[in-house]
Structures are given as C-alpha cells and as structure tokens.
Design a protein around this ligand. Structure first.
Ligand SMILES: Cc1cc2nc3c(=O)[nH]c(=O)nc-3n(C[C@H](O)[C@H](O)[C@H](O)COP(=O)(O)O)c2cc1C
Ligand code: SF4
Length: 439
C-alpha cells in the first residue's frame, strides 16, 4: 500500500555507547525556521500528508504502520498509540459520529520542557503528524491544547496553522479530499495548571467545564469530548508520526528496545553541566542520559535522580537502570522523560517543601484525600524546614500518604503519594532528628 519515502534527511542512527544523540524527532531542530512553512517543505515537509490527500497513502495503511511501529505514548503512561487509534476508530464507527483528535501540549510537570521546545522549534512536524492522525481516524476537528503560559509556543503554532491552511489545506484540496483533511484546526490556550495535562481534565476544560478529572471508564478514546470518541496524544507522540512513515517500520524499530521502540526526548535538569533536552533511544540508562548532559557540575555528588517524573528516587548505585515503558526489574519508567539530578549539597528540606507546595497548589480539590492530605503534608514539610516537627508528624505523615495512595480520585494524588513514600523511605532519620523534643 505504501512505499516509505526516501528521506532526504539523514536520519542519524548511532549506537548508544558513543553517547551521541539519536535524532529522529528533533532532527530538524535548528535546521528549519519555525516561522516559515517553506523552510519545513524544503526538508520534504508535508510530502507524506500530500500523499495521503491524493489517496496514495491510505488511512488503513497509516494505522497499520503506526501499530506495527510499536509507538507508545510519550505523555507518561506509554500506552500503545496504534491501539488507542484503533479503539477510537471503532468507537466512532459504532456511534456514527466523527472522532476528535487532540494534541496535548500542556506540559506542566516540573522539570519537563521537551514538548514546548518541539512546538517552538518545529511546529509543522507536529502539525503534519496531527493532520495524518486526523486523516487516519476520520476526525473532522483537531485541537492543539497548549499550556497557557507558553506564549511563544502559542504564537508559533497559530502561525504554523495559518500557513498550513493557506498552502496545504487550500479550499480546493479540502473539497476534493474532504474525507481526509479536518475542517477545523484550533489552538486552545490551556489554563496552565498541572492537572490540565491529564486527558479527561483537558477534555473538561475544552468543553467549558471545571478543570477536574472525569471518572473512567468510559475512556476518552471510547467517549470523550462532546460524547465523541477522542484521541488525546502527547506532542512528542504526534511528532513521531512523520518520521515513522518516512523511515518505515523496520528502520524505525532499529532504535529503542523490542517493547519500547524508538527514541525519547529527555528534559535533563538539576546538578548537570548542560541542562537541556536530549533525544536518545529508549533503553538508554539513566547514567548515559546524565553523561550526555555533560555529567555533574564540578565538585558535585549525586544524592538521587528522579527519572520519568514519578516513582523511585534512584541512588548513585541504581543509575544503570534502563529507561523504557516496559518497566522490568532493571528498568525505570521513561514517563514524560524528565531527569532531575539532585546533588548532596542541596538541602533536602527545601526539596521536600518544594514538592509539597507543588502538590498542595495543583490539587484540584475534587476529592478529600488529595485536597486535605496534600495541605496537611505541606504543613509537615514547613515544620520540617523550620526544625519544629511535632511528635505525631511521623505517624500522621505515613497515614496520610497511605490514604492518598489508596483513595485518590486521580493519578495526581497517587503521584504525590509516590514522592512522599520515597521521602519516608530515604529520610526517616532526618524526620526523627528534627522532631521537637517532648516537654
Ligand atoms: C496529573 C497528570 C498530568 C499529566 N500531564 C500531561 C501533560 O502535560 N502532557 C501529556 O501529554 N500528558 C499528560 N498526562 C497524561 C495524559 O493524561 C494522557 O495519558 C496523554 O496525554 C496521552 O498521550 P499519549 O498516549 O501520546 O502518551 C498527565 C497525566 C496526569 C495524571
Ligand atoms: S486526586 Fe487531587 S487532583 Fe485528582 S481529583 Fe482528587 S483532588 Fe483533584
């Protein structure tokens, strides 16, 4: 059905061991001018979508390629993209209502900035991926939901859509290929809170409702925005679509692991020499990512590394874990791809307080364990910082974390419980040391 294009771009597959980046998604960063569609077109931009408009590349073929590529969502959970598209496609057929495609560019987790850079540096690759996804699903509406504080990304994407509307989706071509091109592409300025990246909250926000999560099932792919089957995909997931179609499945799967193929954008922050976004194959170790970022700043030693945005705080001896979405015993979740390196000199009380402030602020307040629990945990973190912990704080803290973990309505509450569990596991002595003596 489809012969992969011969890429003019030199896709740069390199072995993990030489520490260089493997650029598949970010290969045009710095090479294209994000403000001009011609600059993207000079690198075969929109050729694949044009093939699709002309009927040379069938939606069924795209779905098959994405399924076989093994692409897993880069928004954190690593759910199969092909499977999500298939579920939405079937649900829309059954309901006889066209589905909706949403690009999730909310990105509010601390230390994550790869989606923003993807939009700012090559918006047309994201847009072409979204148009191909919409054509595959038969979606008539595409939303690009961008964090309200990312002004540049908002401006750049609006400009890119205007240019694509004029040059690619000309009124004529829309008419003749009305089944393939969406009739509406909208950039939506999100509210800028962490929870708005969670897909059901994002859908509520688009529908003009309160920014809080929905009960699932039904999952958005079955029944989402305005009751229609809705696919929400992360920016980076969408940015993978054009390279996968250009390279073909076999070449694409040469990078990454069998269960987690492809590359990943890692946002590296903290005590490293060169904090930035790096593209590396999935299966890379945490240490290799840190080395790519230039290693540690002079004289600094690692206290722990938070990889993927949640889960275990990895000590210096655990950095050989491989970052994937499969999560075996020697692996760590790649998640959204943030790698935060904490050094021994930074006071841990400040870090605990900062996490506690974040979760207390970002809790939407819908459920009591998270609303009240995070507020109480913040009070404990403040007392820890002041060296005035109360006798009961240790037990209370453990109980609050357990309730948070078991009864929170959504994953935000469980993410908070995760990090607190790790603080409890690692810093028991610290919590006891700063307890106020009994009088
Ligand atoms: C609290 C919370 C915040 C989230 N924030 C984001 C986000 O900023 N960007 C994102 O793509 N996914 C985020 N997600 C995951 C989305 O709910 C959803 O799984 C994802 O957008 C699906 O895209 P993917 O299949 O391409 O990974 C978040 C989830 C939770 C629970
Ligand atoms: S866990 Fe927190 S963020 Fe999620 S619904 Fe409950 S209050 Fe809102």
């Amino acid at each position: 059905l489809f012969e992969p294009l011969k890429p003019s771009i030199n896709f740069n597959f390199q072995s993990i061991s030489n520490m260089n980046q493997t650029k598949i998604i970010s290969h045009l960063w710095g090479k294209v001018n994000p403000l001009f569609i011609e600059s993207y077109q000079a690198h075969q931009g929109y050729e694949i979508f044009n093939q699709c408009l002309k009927g040379q590349l069938k939606p069924a073929a795209i779905l098959k390629i994405i399924q076989e590529s093994g692409l897993r969502g880069r928004g954190g959970a690593g759910f199969s993209t092909g499977e999500k598209w298939r579920i939405a496609f079937e649900a829309s057929r059954q309901s006889k209502k066209s589905p909706i495609f949403i690009v999730n560019a909310d990105e509010s987790q601390p230390g994550t900035f790869k989606d923003r850079l993807m939009v700012e540096r090559n918006p047309h690759q994201v847009l072409e991926g979204a148009l191909l996804a919409a054509a595959t699903l038969g979606a008539k509406t595409v939303y690009i939901y961008i964090n309200g504080k990312h002004w540049e990304a908002l401006k750049i994407m609006r400009n890119a859509i205007k240019q694509a509307e004029e040059k690619i989706l000309k009124p004529d071509s829309r008419k003749s290929s009305s089944r393939k091109a969406p009739s509406q592409i909208k950039v939506v300025q999100g509210a800028g809170g962490y929870l708005y990246g969670e897909e059901s909250t994002l859908i509520n926000s688009l529908a003009g409702r309160r920014g809080e999560p929905r009960l699932r099932p039904p999952f958005p792919a079955q029944k989402g925005l305005f009751g229609r089957a809705t696919v929400v995909n992360n920016v980076e997931t969408v940015a993978n679509i054009v390279p996968i179609l250009a390279l073909g499945v076999k070449k694409y799967r040469k990078s990454g692991t069998r269960k987690s193929p492809g590359t990943k954008l890692f946002s590296v922050t903290g005590a490293v020499k060169n904090p930035d976004v790096y593209e590396l194959p999935l299966g890379v170790t945490v240490k290799e990512v840190i080395d790519t970022a230039g290693g540690l700043e002079k004289g600094k030693k690692i206290e722990w590394v938070r990889a993927g945005g949640s889960g275990r705080l990895l000590g210096p001896r655990e950095l050989d874990r491989r970052l994937t979405y499969a999560c075996g015993p020697k692996e760590a979740s790649a998640g959204l791809g943030n790698i935060f390196v904490l050094d021994k000199e930074t006071p841990i009380e400040d870090i605990i307080l900062s996490f506690a402030q974040f979760y207390a602020r970002e809790s939407c307040g819908k459920c009591t364990p998270c609303r009240e629990g995070n507020h109480q945990l913040l009070q404990i973190a403040k007392r820890l910082k002041q060296g005035k912990l109360l006798e009961k704080d240790w037990e209370n803290m453990r109980a609050l974390v357990e309730v948070l973990e078991k009864t929170s309505f959504c994953r935000l509450g469980r993410f908070s419980a995760d990090i607190w569990r790790e603080f409890i596991r690692k810093y028991r002595a610290l919590f006891f040391k700063s307890r106020k003596p009994l009088v």
